[in-house]
Design a protein around this ligand. Structure first.
Ligand code: HEM
Length: 282
């Protein structure tokens, strides 16, 4: 009886490897919830009003400067920028799930091509809206997202090249970086709202997003997830248990900030605006 219980407890015991794999799985589930919440937000705030011919109603709810009911190039650019984000947020994460990749290789290929094409378009239209149309809250506060936008085509180029040449390890590495870069703007919302929650309000932030905390978060929104991913890749090759535990702790930290961010952005940004726009539209 006692040995049975001991064996059961052993089965439950954590190892550094199982903790790391648990952290990665948890991150995928939390990120999926956050990505879908973001997709629902864009669908409700931008796609629905456009379909219903009620863009003027969405203007009152949207935080952006670019949304307006004019029929011109800038408005077309705005919608071309935001609407594809629905598809990317709904399906992008499936690219990273090993089971989906091995069981549905065709889906992986087509979904990947769509994600890369829309990611490239998102980067170029985003740079256009920021620096040509002038939809930015401040110059210095736009530097982070600009570097993010420049890195997206570079990472996608390497990921695509590696896939064509069937160098799968290299493809996976750059594809994950492409995913994290394309989602930099999503992560920024998570970090900013999470920062507000942790600090119980603004701390180093300004309304034009050019405070020291805003600038740090705008760079961290893509550099930190990319760094955590590189640390995990490196950690997976290590044999020392102590190093593996440190890597697992880093991954758990990544999960924790994602959970705080998804809850904060969901509660403070997305859900209130979804409810506002739906009550105005219907
Ligand atoms: C490819 C990944 C990207 C996605 C999925 C994405 C998604 C979005 C979404 C959903 C919005 C609406 C904002 C909201 O309602 O909260 C938006 C607006 C905007 N984005 Fe992006 N974005 C991406 C990349 C970029 C990049 C790289 C830049 C700049 C270099 C950028 C610049 C802008 C600008 C200027 C606006 C409009 C802001 C306004 O009119 O006030 N985006 N984007």
């Amino acid at each position: 009886m006692i040995s049975l219980t001991v064996n059961k407890l052993r089965g439950l015991s954590f190892t550094a490897d199982s903790t790391l794999s648990g952290a990665i799985k948890t991150w995928v589930i939390v990120a999926l919830a956050g990505q879908w919440a973001f997709a629902m937000y864009i669908l409700s705030l931008y796609a629905l009003p456009l379909i219903l011919g009620a863009v003027d109603k969405a203007e009152k709810v949207s935080p952006t400067q670019g949304l307006n009911s004019n029929i011109d190039l800038n408005s077309a650019m705005f919608f071309a920028h935001v609407l594809p984000a629905i598809l990317m947020a709904m399906s992008g994460l499936f690219q990273l799930i090993p089971n989906v990749r091995t069981r549905y290789p065709k889906f992986h290929r087509y979904n990947g091509r769509m994600f890369f094409s829309l990611g490239l378009a998102g980067a170029f239209t985003g740079l256009y809206l920021t620096w040509i149309t002038g939809h930015r809250l401040s110059d210095i506060g736009s530097l982070g997202v600009t570097v993010n936008g420049i890195l997206i085509p570079i990472a996608i180029y390497f990921a695509w090249q590696a896939a064509v040449k069937k160098r799968f390890a290299q493809h996976q590495r750059f594809a994950v970086h492409s995913f994290l870069l394309v989602n930099g703007v999503w992560t920024f919302r998570l970090y900013l709202m999470g920062w507000y929650i942790v600090n119980q309000g603004m701390n180093g932030n300004t309304r034009t997003l050019d405070g020291p905390a805003d600038i740090a978060l705008s760079f961290a929104s893509f550099l930190l997830p990319m760094a955590i991913y590189e640390v995990i890749l490196w950690g997976k090759k290590q044999r020392k248990d102590s190093i593996k535990w440190v890597i697992s702790a880093v991954a758990c930290f990544g999960v924790l900030i994602t959970i705080v961010g998804v809850l904060a952005a969901g509660m403070m940004m997305w859900l209130p605006r979804i409810s506002d726009i739906l009550s105005v539209l219907f």
